[in-house]
Design a protein around this ligand. Structure first.
Ligand code: S3P
Length: 444
């Protein structure tokens, strides 16, 4: 994909439905009793993988554009259950599909095999195998990697699980398995709290989810569900995906004179840290028209690109600590914005980036250097110097949608043209409309 420099971005837009919320909506609707209509369902290939896996388990799923209808099987009530699949369940590139479905399938009375593409087959699955094994399911994989075989057990044993990594996928996997356990399943988050879409969505479907803050020093959060809780079908609307919104927002930050309005964006506090981060780097950003949509806060985001970004009042800009899981998917594009910030930007405590769709630390460092930035790489992050004007270059997408989009944003702000290898093929994983949408906002 060839990216030409832009003068500024202008316009009003809607980003597609949130990917994390859409996965959960489809899975919980499948477990519920009755029919659920999901509006503004994500257009991502990842969420299509989830729908396809559910169909292969015998769940009737209909789709017309962004409207999805799911006939729930009421699997929690010991009545109709999922059908045992005859072949592997293909999760494509989607870690959320594989890890959350592993939790759902652990409580089914049959064996199933979850498979994925090359990138997903390199990602760690031990993190879900461990707790599901403690609950009595039998999981096997090749050295902790997909294909992942799940031999379910019905009912499962409840657990008190202390998560060793801050991962919403692991938390959600254990909670979903917990619905099929005999008793209460408790998950303790590490000091950093991860996105809480599963908890909100379970409540939407009528499940009582307890969240309590521990009195220990770290203020950890414990989330729990009671096994056998019933889910009742209930129509819902998915908010716009803030992780997709981050790309036009970052482009506006880099291009003075830009003015954007993004409607109906999800503003869940465990996801919206990217907005504070961009504000902290000097972007003029406001939120209006805040409302609640199916248990998730949403609003309109208005941004105005300024004349250069500044370091915070406290000196160096550093993103680290408990904040990291709350903007984990936005870190590559924030690193790109960091090159325009006086004093640069440092990102730490983000080792998890190395096990995403690509090694996002290495990919970001390599591409930024190819575009002329001064970057230091750490095991758990990176540091970019700023402000520097990026130079157009030939860079790699590494088959990773968020790397492709982050460097499309870099290309808009660079001097000269940028070629991103393999970008068209991979952006569909989360945001198929990305390139035409960006073009429609661009003024040259
Ligand atoms: C997700 C959680 C995060 C995030 C991913 C989606 C989710 O992954 O990076 O894009 O929907 O729960 P981890 O749970 O691995 O941190």
């Amino acid at each position: 994909m060839l990216i030409r420099p832009a003068r500024r971005l202008r316009g009003r837009l809607r980003v597609p439905g949130d990917k994390s919320v859409s996965h959960r909506a489809a899975m919980l609707a499948a477990l519920a009793r009755g029919r659920t209509t999901i509006t503004n369902f994500s257009s991502s290939a990842d969420c299509s993988s989830t729908l396809e896996v559910l169909r292969r388990l015998g769940v009737p799923v209909g789709r017309e554009g962004s409207t999805v209808r799911v006939e729930g099987v009421g699997a929690d009530e010991g009545g109709r259950r999922f059908r045992q699949p005859s072949t592997g369940l293909d999760c494509g590139n989607s870690g959320t599909t594989m890890r959350l479905m592993a939790g759902v399938l652990a409580a089914q009375p049959f064996t199933s095999v979850l498979t994925g593409d090359e990138s997903l087959s390199r990602r760690p699955m031990g993190r879900v195998m461990e707790p599901l094994g403690q609950m009595g399911a039998r999981l096997s994989a090749v050295d902790g990697h997909a294909p992942l075989t799940v031999e379910g057990r019905c009912p499962l044993r409840p657990v008190r699980y202390e998560m060793p990594v801050a991962s919403a996928q692991v938390k959600s996997c254990v909670l979903l398995a917990g619905l099929g356990a005999e008793g209460r399943t408790e998950v303790f988050e590490p000091a950093a709290q991860t996105r809480d879409h599963t908890e909100r969505m379970l409540r939407w479907f009528g499940v009582e989810v307890r969240t309590k803050e521990m009195s220990d020093e770290a203020g950890r959060v414990c989330v729990s569900v009671e096994g056998g809780s019933r889910l009742t079908a209930r129509d819902l609307v998915v908010p716009g995906d803030i992780s997709s919104a981050a790309f036009p927002l970052a482009a506006a930050a880099l291009l003075p004179g830009s003015e954007l309005e993004l409607e109906g964006v999800g503003l869940n506090p465990t996801r919206a840290a990217v907005l504070d981060a961009l504000r902290g780097l000097g972007l003029e950003l406001s939120v209006e028209d805040e409302r609640e949509t199916s248990n998730e806060p949403t609003g309109l985001i208005r941004v105005r690109g300024g004349d250069g970004l500044k370091s915070s009042a406290h000196g160096a800009n550093v993103i680290r600590g408990p904040l990291v899981p709350q903007l984990i998917d936005e870190l590559p594009v924030l690193a790109v914005v960091g090159t325009a910030v006086e004093g640069g930007l440092e990102i730490r405590d983000a080792r998890e980036l190395r096990v995403k769709e690509s090694d996002r630390i290495s990919a970001t460092v390599t591409n930024l250097r190819a575009m002329g930035a001064e970057v230091e790489e750490f095991e758990d992050g990176l540091r970019v110097d700023g402000p520097v004007r990026l130079r157009g270059a030939r860079v790699e997408s590494y088959g990773d949608h968020r790397i492709a989009m982050a460097f499309a944003v870099a290309g808009l702000a660079a001097e000269g043209e940028t070629e991103i290898e393999g970008a068209e093929e991979c952006v569909a994983v989360s945001f198929p409309e990305f390139f035409p949408l960006l073009e429609s906002l661009t003024e040259r």
